[in-house]
Design a protein around this ligand. Structure first.
Ligand code: FES
Length: 218
């Protein structure tokens, strides 16, 4: 293992943040507040996070955006996507070699009352398409809710530091993807009729026009 942490970036600011210790295969490693398990492992020189259960192929970061599950690791006994899960002080992270085994649970977990929220329009996914749709619905005065499983709006735009090309009016040509995400986010914020729930996963869409969502893991 070594020190592969990025300390300067030609485009993005790299903030100094408090550091803490976590464990990879029982060995202490350093992480910075707010970074994901994958970032902390990469900064420490770990590239292989486990091996595929079928052919033993090495697994690690592929999409870096929560879509592919190639970065699965066991964190404090639970399987999680390393590229999406913030690392915590003292967290014990193990490689995912083969299929995960869930811990034995001997009690029924306590469930909270299920809240029902009615909206005229529900948008699943706060990426460029979802945010653009929300802006139009906002202008039209439609009560809209966006749910997104990430911690910030913008979808894949937040991974894109390159400048877009094409038409300035149609697709923000000349602006970096991450800055387009900020512009769309600011535009959406102007509309009181558009609500956004982040860290919220849509679990099921039912035929009676109901959608089950898990908000902030509850
Ligand atoms: S790298 Fe694809 S989900 Fe993490």
């Amino acid at each position: 293992m070594g020190d592969y942490r990025i300390r300067e970036h030609p485009i993005l600011p790299v903030e100094e943040r408090p550091e803490f210790e976590f464990y990879w295969q029982g060995q202490a490693m350093r992480a910075r507040e707010g970074e994901t398990i994958a970032s902390a492992l990469f900064a420490g020189g770990v590239r292989i996070f486990g091996h595929h259960h079928k052919d033993g192929a090495p697994q690690g970061i592929f999409c870096a955006n929560g879509q592919c599950a190639q970065c699965l690791v066991m964190a404090d006994g639970l399987p999680v996507k390393a590229c999406m899960t913030p690392v915590q002080p003292g967290m014990r992270v193990e490689p995912m070699d083969g299929l995960p085994t869930l811990p034995d649970v001997h009690t029924v977990p306590e469930m909270r009352a299920i809240e029902t929220v009615e909206v005229e329009c529900l948008i699943i996914g706060g990426g460029p398409a979802g945010l653009s749709a929300a802006i139009e619905l906002g202008k039209a005065g439609v009560r809209t809710l966006i749910v997104d499983d990430k911690h910030r709006r913008g979808g894949k735009l937040v991974l894109q530091t390159h400048k877009f090309f094409g038409s300035i009016d149609a697709c923000y040509a000349g602006t970096r993807g991450i800055d387009i995400a900020t512009k769309l986010e600011q535009e959406v914020r102007q509309f009181e009729n558009v609500q956004v729930w982040l860290n919220t996963t849509a679990l099921a869409v039912f035929s009676d026009r109901k959608v089950g969502v898990l908000r902030e893991g509850r």
